[in-house]
Design a protein around this ligand. Structure first.
Ligand SMILES: Cc1ncc(COP(=O)(O)O)c(C=O)c1O
Length: 367
């Protein structure tokens, strides 16, 4: 059944907004391989984050961005890369593409993210040194990057932050972060991603690896991928940046509307950071009871799109059945309690009220 209110309805810049940029592509006749639009897009992203252009590398998507970071950083003699089990499958997929094995750790119950302190205290971690760690910003909530800077300083183990949904909350620093510019994210090029790091030599290495591994002379010592962003992707990204402030306001007001309607209910909690200072591209709620599947079914029957965005946890995918893991009680609870509700920049206020009423009815019926 087609939902009357879809879970997600992205809106990228319309043709008229992209056209001036497309005309520039026609004149320059440069279509990819670091053309002028990509340079401008990277410069504007850098300005947005208050860093230099040499500290941003756009890539074809965030999954490849994560893989390239691991290729650039992870010591080749080690096999395992710590990832949270509570994440989208792309995190573990990127690890495999880099020739490593995901090692699933549990997340913190309050932040829904990996905790450096918990990892340092884990016996499993003391017994086997990983090649790298990928903390994930859960649904775009802010992540304490300084905690991970300290982790690397203390252990020498490289960290790459998967900030796929974290365009608004990202704070650049020496630990690299990767954002997704997919159509479902806050800022979009259709498909795309960006690696952000204040270490300019590292960003230069990522650029090389995104271009097959070519060094400044035409030589490859370590093969990379073709992970370049085209001029067409950059054109869409520039047009989306032009409209970012308005889009952000629309998203923020809808998050506040949800918070006002659902924030006080004792049977439900909003995802960490949702409706706060930074915006997120999805709306996730956590039920007190382990009834996520029942809520998805309840809403779907009423024509309201709902989904467990991170399913039953990444560790439960057959592809990762043999991957090592620690005990995962928090992830397993989140998998049974977290549901994504409809959320997008032009979601009608009336629809938010109806969704909140349907959720409330579900909660009362369960009491
Ligand atoms: C946590 C996480 N990591 C990685 C990705 C992959 O991003 P992309 O689609 O740009 O490869 C996503 C996409 O939704 C994500 O949610």
């Amino acid at each position: 059944m087609l939902a009357r209110v879809p879970l997600m309805r992205p809106r990228l810049p319309e043709a008229d907004a992209i056209l001036p940029y497309l005309r520039r592509i026609d004149s320059a006749r440069l279509y990819t391989n670091s053309g002028p639009l990509l340079e401008e897009f990277e410069a504007r992203l850098a300005a947005h984050f208050g860093i230099r252009r040499q500290q941003v590398a756009c890539v074809a998507n965030a999954t490849l961005g994560l893989t390239l970071c691991l290729l650039a950083l992870a010591p080749r003699a080690r096999r395992r890369c710590i990832v949270p089990a509570w994440t989208f499958e792309a995190t573990a997929t990127a690890v495999r593409a880099a020739g490593l094995e995901p090692w699933f750790f549990d997340v913190d119950a309050d932040s829904w993210a990996l905790s450096a302190r918990d990892i340092l205290g884990a016996k499993a971690f003391r017994d086997a040194v990983p090649a790298a760690v990928i903390p994930v910003s859960p649904f775009g909530a802010g992540i304490d990057r300084a905690e991970w800077d300290r982790f690397t300083a203390k252990t020498g183990i490289p960290v790459v932050i998967d900030a796929a949904a974290g365009f608004d909350s990202l704070v650049p620093g020496p630990t690299p972060s990767v954002i997704s510019l997919h159509a479902t994210k806050l800022l979009s090029t259709g498909e795309g991603g960006a690696v952000i790091c204040t270490d300019e030599a590292f960003i230069a290495r990522v650029r090389q690896l995104a271009n097959f591994g070519f060094e400044p002379v035409r030589r490859i010592t370590r093969p990379g991928f073709n992970a370049k962003m085209s001029e067409y992707g950059a054109a869409v990204g520039l047009a989306d940046l032009d409209g970012w402030q308005g889009k952000r306001r629309r998203i923020a007001t809808r998050a506040l509307a949800y918070r006002a309607l659902l924030g006080g209910h004792k049977g439900i909690a909003l995802a960490p950071g949702f409706g706060g200072e930074k915006v997120q591209p999805t709306c996730n709620v956590k039920l007190r009871a382990r009834r996520a599947d029942a809520l998805v079914e309840w809403l779907t029957k009423r024509g309201i799109g709902a989904r467990k965005w991170w399913g039953n946890g990444c560790h439960r995918q057959p592809a990762f059945a043999r991957s090592p893991r620690t005990a995962l009680p928090v992830t397993e609870e989140l998998a049974d309690t977290v549901v994504g509700l409809p959320f997008f920049a032009d979601l009608a206020r009336r629809d938010i009220a109806n969704i909140a009423a349907a959720v409330n009815e579900f909660l009362c019926q369960g009491e």
